[in-house]
Write a protein that binds this ligand. Structure first.
Ligand code: SAM
Length: 224
């Protein structure tokens, strides 16, 4: 069942690549402008990486920000339209799905793996975590920004599992919203520690307007 839903996520992004590019270019998501873009940049810089792999990079905004700060950054995504768009500007990009990410397919290791609102699957994410320790350099980091459990409001936030989503709040060009696999804070921590990132720090960026958590960021660090 979950493999079918993991595939539905990719199918949805294949259909919505164009509206997503416009949404990011036009800065239409207020919480990103107010808090979460800066939060993921700051979290990444705290790890002082010379090299970064941006996993599920979309149209490439974060790669461009990190390149501007002198970091060598590769962005990967499974949607060819995103990689074609991103490749016209700064940074290096490759078409690769999470399932295809291995030290061999990458041909290099990175000081930090960064996933910004891009890990919403079940098997696809577990497969990625299985490979993660081999993709980082010694004492490398894995950084994930995702939805805070408080954003579930009236749903059951104690139990992990598949949830439906919607494009409410997005422009009218989006279709077929992807399902997503909700993980509790404890289940995220278990993913990190199971992958060898035994020290896990969490950061909760707060929306300055609403005063509620805009996201949660996990920074996992490899043992020596
Ligand atoms: C919400 S967008 C975030 C994009 C980007 N990280 C950002 O901050 O704007 C989610 C991204 O995850 C990518 N994605 C989802 N499932 C994927 C998979 N199995 N393999 C590779 N990319 C995937 C989508 O194509 C999309 O670009």
């Amino acid at each position: 069942m979950s493999e079918y839903r993991d595939k539905k996520i990719v199918d949805s992004w294949l259909k919505n690549a164009n509206p997503w590019i416009q949404t990011i270019e036009n800065k239409e998501i207020e919480s990103r402008q107010l808090v979460t873009n800066d939060a993921i940049i700051e979290a990444t810089l705290r790890c002082q990486p010379k090299t970064v792999l941006d996993i599920g990079c979309g149209e490439g905004w974060l790669v461009r920000e990190l390149v501007a700060k002198g970091i060598d950054c590769l962005g990967v995504d499974t949607v060819p339209e995103f990689i074609a768009y991103a490749s016209k500007r700064e940074g290096r990009f490759k078409i690769l799905s999470y399932e295809e990410l291995t030290p061999e397919s990458l041909g290099e290791q990175f000081d930090a793996l960064v996933c910004n609102f891009s890990l919403f699957g079940k098997n696809s994410v577990e497969t990625l975590f299985d490979q993660a320790s081999k993709m980082v350099t010694k004492r490398g980091a894995m950084i994930v920004q995702t939805l805070h459990p408080d954003s579930l409001i009236d749903q059951d936030f104690l139990v992990e599992g598949w949830r439906e989503s919607s494009w409410v709040g997005f422009n009218k060009h989006f279709i077929d919203p992807p399902p997503w696999y909700y993980r509790t804070i404890e289940s995220w921590r278990a993913l990190f520690s199971g992958a060898g990132f035994s020290q896990v720090e969490t950061i909760v960026p707060v929306n300055p307007k609403s005063k509620i958590p805009a996201s949660i960021i996990f920074i996992g660090r490899m043992d020596d």
